[in-house]
Design a protein. Structure first.
Length: 142
């Protein structure tokens, strides 16, 4: 008679359980690191988008003011003002990622120069990264 014995079944299940327990920390770190990189990329792209909209002269409800700001755990691209925008794109930070830094930065309509030199910090339990908007409107990630 051929088949699987109860001992063999228990052995296979215990090996699978052991493997899953061993890989859980690696998967958790991967997800946190992935969320952190996604947040950095999204913040950079929203800064560039606000600057491009300002330089293109895109107008919504009579306002040419485009900028970015942080409201709580949300990074916002806005037209008008951060507090009461005519248009906004909000990006909530992924789980395990914290953003801090600027209050609000808007960009000049013709040159794309920011209203202030700013630094944004994006951090997680695995590390942190800063995004700097310099006086010429260039962004740099460290």
């Amino acid at each position: 008679m051929k088949g699987v014995t109860f001992i063999e079944l228990i052995l296979v299940i215990s090996l699978l359980l052991l493997l899953s327990v061993m890989t859980t920390p690696f998967v958790g770190n991967y997800l946190i690191r992935n969320n952190w990189h996604i947040a950095i990329d999204r913040v950079m792209s929203e800064i560039w988008k606000a600057q491009a909209y300002a330089m293109d002269g895109k107008i919504i409800n009579g306002s040419k003011v485009w900028g970015v700001c942080i409201t709580g755990t949300t990074f916002r691209l806005f037209n008008g003002s951060c507090a009461s925008p005519n248009f906004r794109e909000d990006y909530d930070m992924p789980v395990g990622v914290i953003i801090s830094g600027i209050g609000s930065v808007s960009f000049d309509n013709l040159t794309g120069v920011p209203s202030s030199i700013s630094t944004i910090t994006i951090s997680s339990s695995l590390g942190s990264s800063t995004i700097t908007i310099n006086g010429a409107g260039m962004t740099e990630q460290n």
